[in-house]
Write a protein that binds this ligand. Structure first.
Ligand SMILES: Nc1ncnc2c1ncn2[C@@H]1O[C@H](COP(=O)(O)OP(=O)(O)OP(=O)(O)O)[C@@H](O)[C@H]1O
Ligand SMILES: [Mg+2]
Length: 275
Protein backbone atom coordinates (compact mmCIF):
# COMPACT_ATOMS: atom_id res chain seq x y z
CA UNK A 1 0.00 0.00 0.00
CA UNK A 2 1.50 3.33 -1.06
CA UNK A 3 1.17 6.78 0.49
CA UNK A 4 -1.39 7.66 -2.17
CA UNK A 5 -2.44 4.70 -4.22
CA UNK A 6 -5.04 4.01 -6.86
CA UNK A 7 -5.67 0.34 -7.37
CA UNK A 8 -7.73 -0.74 -10.36
CA UNK A 9 -9.98 2.28 -10.03
CA UNK A 10 -12.87 2.57 -12.45
CA UNK A 11 -15.31 5.43 -12.71
CA UNK A 12 -18.16 6.28 -15.01
CA UNK A 13 -20.58 9.15 -14.48
CA UNK A 14 -23.22 7.34 -16.47
CA UNK A 15 -23.11 3.73 -17.53
CA UNK A 16 -22.19 4.46 -21.16
CA UNK A 17 -18.82 6.13 -20.76
CA UNK A 18 -15.86 4.94 -18.71
CA UNK A 19 -13.96 7.98 -17.51
CA UNK A 20 -11.34 6.29 -15.32
CA UNK A 21 -10.47 2.90 -16.70
CA UNK A 22 -9.03 0.33 -14.31
CA UNK A 23 -6.34 2.79 -13.30
CA UNK A 24 -3.51 1.96 -10.92
CA UNK A 25 -0.97 4.46 -9.68
CA UNK A 26 1.28 4.63 -6.66
CA UNK A 27 2.63 7.92 -5.31
CA UNK A 28 5.38 8.00 -2.68
CA UNK A 29 5.23 10.46 0.19
CA UNK A 30 6.80 13.86 -0.49
CA UNK A 31 6.75 13.51 -4.27
CA UNK A 32 5.83 16.36 -6.64
CA UNK A 33 3.71 14.62 -9.26
CA UNK A 34 2.36 16.37 -12.33
CA UNK A 35 -0.65 14.84 -14.05
CA UNK A 36 -0.76 15.59 -17.72
CA UNK A 37 -3.14 14.66 -20.51
CA UNK A 38 -5.58 15.93 -23.11
CA UNK A 39 -8.82 17.66 -22.21
CA UNK A 40 -11.43 15.23 -20.98
CA UNK A 41 -9.00 12.40 -20.23
CA UNK A 42 -10.06 12.30 -16.57
CA UNK A 43 -7.50 14.44 -14.72
CA UNK A 44 -9.96 16.44 -12.63
CA UNK A 45 -11.99 13.32 -11.92
CA UNK A 46 -8.87 11.54 -10.69
CA UNK A 47 -7.94 14.42 -8.41
CA UNK A 48 -11.39 14.83 -6.93
CA UNK A 49 -11.57 11.17 -6.06
CA UNK A 50 -8.62 11.65 -3.69
CA UNK A 51 -10.56 13.98 -1.38
CA UNK A 52 -13.87 12.20 -1.95
CA UNK A 53 -15.48 14.99 -3.93
CA UNK A 54 -16.24 12.29 -6.50
CA UNK A 55 -16.78 8.62 -5.76
CA UNK A 56 -15.72 5.67 -7.89
CA UNK A 57 -17.37 2.49 -9.04
CA UNK A 58 -14.72 -0.07 -8.25
CA UNK A 59 -11.14 -0.47 -7.08
CA UNK A 60 -9.60 1.23 -4.08
CA UNK A 61 -7.86 4.47 -3.19
CA UNK A 62 -5.42 4.90 -0.34
CA UNK A 63 -4.51 8.23 1.25
CA UNK A 64 -1.80 8.42 3.90
CA UNK A 65 -1.58 4.62 3.83
CA UNK A 66 -5.27 4.26 4.66
CA UNK A 67 -8.18 3.29 2.42
CA UNK A 68 -10.27 6.44 1.88
CA UNK A 69 -13.43 4.51 2.68
CA UNK A 70 -12.05 4.20 6.20
CA UNK A 71 -11.36 7.93 6.44
CA UNK A 72 -13.89 10.29 7.93
CA UNK A 73 -14.67 12.54 4.96
CA UNK A 74 -14.28 15.84 6.82
CA UNK A 75 -10.99 14.80 8.40
CA UNK A 76 -9.73 13.55 5.06
CA UNK A 77 -10.52 16.86 3.36
CA UNK A 78 -8.85 18.84 6.12
CA UNK A 79 -5.70 16.84 5.70
CA UNK A 80 -5.62 17.66 1.98
CA UNK A 81 -5.12 21.15 0.58
CA UNK A 82 -6.99 21.82 -2.65
CA UNK A 83 -6.27 24.57 -5.18
CA UNK A 84 -8.48 24.99 -8.22
CA UNK A 85 -8.18 27.16 -11.28
CA UNK A 86 -11.09 29.44 -10.39
CA UNK A 87 -9.59 29.99 -7.05
CA UNK A 88 -12.85 30.40 -5.19
CA UNK A 89 -11.81 32.98 -2.61
CA UNK A 90 -14.78 34.13 -0.59
CA UNK A 91 -15.43 37.73 -1.74
CA UNK A 92 -16.83 39.00 1.57
CA UNK A 93 -13.81 37.82 3.57
CA UNK A 94 -10.45 39.56 3.60
CA UNK A 95 -7.27 37.69 2.71
CA UNK A 96 -6.50 36.73 6.31
CA UNK A 97 -9.89 35.16 6.84
CA UNK A 98 -9.78 33.48 3.44
CA UNK A 99 -6.44 31.88 4.28
CA UNK A 100 -7.63 30.77 7.68
CA UNK A 101 -11.07 29.69 6.59
CA UNK A 102 -10.50 26.11 7.67
CA UNK A 103 -8.85 27.21 10.91
CA UNK A 104 -11.70 29.62 11.61
CA UNK A 105 -14.25 26.89 11.51
CA UNK A 106 -12.19 24.80 13.85
CA UNK A 107 -12.13 27.88 16.12
CA UNK A 108 -8.41 28.19 16.70
CA UNK A 109 -7.04 30.93 18.86
CA UNK A 110 -7.25 34.37 17.18
CA UNK A 111 -3.60 35.39 17.68
CA UNK A 112 -2.46 32.03 16.48
CA UNK A 113 -4.53 32.43 13.32
CA UNK A 114 -3.05 35.87 12.60
CA UNK A 115 0.45 34.50 13.09
CA UNK A 116 -0.28 31.59 10.80
CA UNK A 117 -1.69 33.91 8.13
CA UNK A 118 1.43 36.11 8.30
CA UNK A 119 3.67 33.10 7.96
CA UNK A 120 1.71 31.75 5.00
CA UNK A 121 1.34 35.01 3.11
CA UNK A 122 5.10 35.45 3.20
CA UNK A 123 5.64 31.86 2.19
CA UNK A 124 3.69 32.46 -1.02
CA UNK A 125 5.63 35.64 -1.74
CA UNK A 126 3.21 38.39 -0.68
CA UNK A 127 3.75 41.00 2.01
CA UNK A 128 1.78 41.03 5.24
CA UNK A 129 -0.21 44.15 4.32
CA UNK A 130 -2.11 42.03 1.79
CA UNK A 131 -3.87 40.26 4.66
CA UNK A 132 -6.35 43.09 5.15
CA UNK A 133 -7.32 43.36 1.51
CA UNK A 134 -10.36 41.81 -0.13
CA UNK A 135 -10.09 39.46 -3.11
CA UNK A 136 -11.38 42.14 -5.52
CA UNK A 137 -8.33 44.23 -4.59
CA UNK A 138 -5.88 41.59 -5.82
CA UNK A 139 -4.51 40.68 -9.24
CA UNK A 140 -5.14 37.21 -10.68
CA UNK A 141 -1.67 36.04 -9.72
CA UNK A 142 -2.04 37.38 -6.17
CA UNK A 143 -5.35 35.60 -5.82
CA UNK A 144 -3.69 32.36 -6.84
CA UNK A 145 -1.01 32.93 -4.20
CA UNK A 146 -3.70 33.40 -1.57
CA UNK A 147 -5.33 30.21 -2.86
CA UNK A 148 -2.05 28.35 -2.33
CA UNK A 149 -1.69 29.88 1.14
CA UNK A 150 -5.19 28.77 2.00
CA UNK A 151 -4.46 25.24 0.81
CA UNK A 152 -1.47 25.18 3.18
CA UNK A 153 -3.27 26.69 6.19
CA UNK A 154 -4.20 23.51 7.99
CA UNK A 155 -0.71 22.12 7.31
CA UNK A 156 -1.95 19.23 5.18
CA UNK A 157 0.39 16.48 4.11
CA UNK A 158 -1.07 16.50 0.62
CA UNK A 159 -1.91 19.28 -1.80
CA UNK A 160 -4.08 18.77 -4.86
CA UNK A 161 -3.76 21.43 -7.54
CA UNK A 162 -6.02 21.45 -10.60
CA UNK A 163 -4.56 23.68 -13.30
CA UNK A 164 -3.97 26.30 -10.62
CA UNK A 165 -1.97 28.71 -12.77
CA UNK A 166 -3.93 28.37 -15.99
CA UNK A 167 -5.68 31.72 -15.73
CA UNK A 168 -2.70 33.96 -14.96
CA UNK A 169 -0.35 35.60 -17.44
CA UNK A 170 2.97 34.04 -18.31
CA UNK A 171 5.17 36.16 -16.04
CA UNK A 172 2.97 35.60 -13.01
CA UNK A 173 2.76 31.91 -13.88
CA UNK A 174 6.54 31.52 -13.99
CA UNK A 175 6.82 33.24 -10.61
CA UNK A 176 4.08 31.06 -9.13
CA UNK A 177 5.77 27.93 -10.47
CA UNK A 178 9.05 28.95 -8.83
CA UNK A 179 7.21 29.66 -5.60
CA UNK A 180 5.48 26.31 -5.48
CA UNK A 181 8.81 24.56 -6.16
CA UNK A 182 10.31 26.49 -3.24
CA UNK A 183 7.42 25.56 -1.02
CA UNK A 184 7.77 21.93 -1.98
CA UNK A 185 11.48 22.01 -1.21
CA UNK A 186 10.84 23.60 2.16
CA UNK A 187 7.78 21.71 3.33
CA UNK A 188 8.08 18.39 1.48
CA UNK A 189 4.35 18.06 0.93
CA UNK A 190 3.08 15.45 -1.46
CA UNK A 191 1.72 17.41 -4.41
CA UNK A 192 -0.56 16.23 -7.21
CA UNK A 193 -0.57 18.95 -9.82
CA UNK A 194 -2.81 18.74 -12.88
CA UNK A 195 -1.81 20.65 -15.98
CA UNK A 196 -2.34 20.77 -19.74
CA UNK A 197 1.01 22.37 -20.22
CA UNK A 198 3.95 20.08 -21.05
CA UNK A 199 6.50 22.74 -20.10
CA UNK A 200 4.85 23.21 -16.73
CA UNK A 201 4.61 19.47 -16.12
CA UNK A 202 8.30 19.06 -16.91
CA UNK A 203 9.41 22.02 -14.83
CA UNK A 204 7.50 21.08 -11.70
CA UNK A 205 7.09 17.34 -11.53
CA UNK A 206 9.86 15.04 -10.40
CA UNK A 207 7.38 12.41 -11.58
CA UNK A 208 5.08 12.94 -14.53
CA UNK A 209 1.92 10.89 -15.06
CA UNK A 210 0.55 11.02 -18.59
CA UNK A 211 -3.13 10.06 -18.79
CA UNK A 212 -5.12 9.23 -21.88
CA UNK A 213 -8.77 8.19 -21.92
CA UNK A 214 -8.81 7.37 -18.24
CA UNK A 215 -5.70 5.18 -18.36
CA UNK A 216 -2.13 5.85 -17.35
CA UNK A 217 -0.02 5.91 -20.51
CA UNK A 218 3.25 6.34 -18.67
CA UNK A 219 4.67 7.31 -15.30
CA UNK A 220 8.24 8.50 -15.03
CA UNK A 221 10.73 11.31 -15.02
CA UNK A 222 10.77 13.80 -17.87
CA UNK A 223 13.74 11.94 -19.32
CA UNK A 224 11.74 8.69 -19.29
CA UNK A 225 8.80 10.24 -21.11
CA UNK A 226 10.86 12.19 -23.63
CA UNK A 227 13.62 9.73 -24.41
CA UNK A 228 11.93 6.47 -23.55
CA UNK A 229 8.27 6.86 -24.45
CA UNK A 230 6.18 3.79 -23.61
CA UNK A 231 3.75 4.27 -26.50
CA UNK A 232 3.11 6.23 -29.68
CA UNK A 233 0.70 8.35 -27.72
CA UNK A 234 3.45 9.43 -25.35
CA UNK A 235 5.78 10.11 -28.27
CA UNK A 236 3.21 12.22 -30.06
CA UNK A 237 2.06 14.02 -26.94
CA UNK A 238 5.57 15.21 -26.24
CA UNK A 239 6.00 16.22 -29.84
CA UNK A 240 9.15 14.18 -30.22
CA UNK A 241 8.07 13.11 -33.66
CA UNK A 242 7.73 16.72 -34.69
CA UNK A 243 11.02 17.54 -33.10
CA UNK A 244 12.82 14.76 -34.90
CA UNK A 245 11.17 15.72 -38.16
CA UNK A 246 12.89 19.08 -37.99
CA UNK A 247 16.22 17.36 -37.68
CA UNK A 248 16.12 15.79 -41.13
CA UNK A 249 19.19 15.70 -43.28
CA UNK A 250 18.29 18.64 -45.50
CA UNK A 251 18.28 20.93 -42.48
CA UNK A 252 21.48 19.44 -41.14
CA UNK A 253 22.99 19.83 -44.59
CA UNK A 254 22.10 23.50 -44.49
CA UNK A 255 23.68 23.91 -41.09
CA UNK A 256 26.82 22.06 -42.05
CA UNK A 257 27.18 24.11 -45.21
CA UNK A 258 27.69 27.16 -43.05
CA UNK A 259 30.36 25.63 -40.88
CA UNK A 260 32.23 23.43 -43.33
CA UNK A 261 35.35 24.42 -45.14
CA UNK A 262 34.92 24.28 -48.91
CA UNK A 263 37.27 21.34 -49.38
CA UNK A 264 35.37 19.05 -47.08
CA UNK A 265 32.25 17.63 -48.68
CA UNK A 266 29.04 17.16 -46.79
CA UNK A 267 29.04 13.50 -47.75
CA UNK A 268 32.42 13.11 -46.07
CA UNK A 269 31.08 14.68 -42.94
CA UNK A 270 28.12 12.33 -42.87
CA UNK A 271 30.47 9.49 -43.41
CA UNK A 272 32.50 10.58 -40.38
CA UNK A 273 29.41 11.12 -38.27
CA UNK A 274 28.00 7.74 -39.09
CA UNK A 275 31.15 5.71 -38.71
N1 LIG B 1 -20.31 15.53 -13.51
C1 LIG B 1 -20.13 14.89 -14.65
N2 LIG B 1 -21.13 14.19 -15.24
C2 LIG B 1 -20.95 13.51 -16.39
N3 LIG B 1 -19.77 13.46 -17.05
C3 LIG B 1 -18.74 14.14 -16.53
C4 LIG B 1 -18.85 14.89 -15.31
N4 LIG B 1 -17.64 15.44 -15.04
C5 LIG B 1 -16.83 15.07 -16.02
N5 LIG B 1 -17.46 14.29 -16.92
C6 LIG B 1 -16.88 13.67 -18.12
O1 LIG B 1 -15.79 12.88 -17.70
C7 LIG B 1 -14.69 13.00 -18.60
C8 LIG B 1 -13.46 13.43 -17.84
O2 LIG B 1 -13.66 14.72 -17.30
P1 LIG B 1 -12.56 15.48 -16.44
O3 LIG B 1 -13.16 16.74 -15.98
O4 LIG B 1 -12.04 14.54 -15.41
O5 LIG B 1 -11.46 15.71 -17.56
P2 LIG B 1 -10.11 16.57 -17.51
O6 LIG B 1 -9.01 15.67 -17.93
O7 LIG B 1 -9.99 17.24 -16.19
O8 LIG B 1 -10.37 17.63 -18.65
P3 LIG B 1 -9.86 19.18 -18.77
O9 LIG B 1 -8.42 19.10 -19.10
O10 LIG B 1 -10.67 19.72 -19.87
O11 LIG B 1 -10.12 19.85 -17.44
C9 LIG B 1 -15.14 13.96 -19.68
O12 LIG B 1 -15.57 13.20 -20.77
C10 LIG B 1 -16.28 14.70 -19.05
O13 LIG B 1 -17.20 15.09 -20.00
MG1 LIG C 1 -9.99 19.26 -15.58
Amino acid sequence: MGFIEFENVTKSYNSSEIVIDNLSLSIPEGEFVTILGPSGCGKTTLLKMVNKLIDYNSGSITVDYKDIQKWDTIRLRRSIGYVIQQIGLLPHLNVEDNINYVLNITKSDKKLRRGRAEELIELVGLSIDHLDRYPRELSGGQKQRVGVARALAADPKIILMDEPFGAVDEIARTALQDEILNIHNKLKKTILFVTHDIQEAIKLGSTIVLINKGKVEQVGTKEDLIFNPASDFVKEFFGIKGFQATLDKSILRDLYKRILTKEESIENLYHKLES
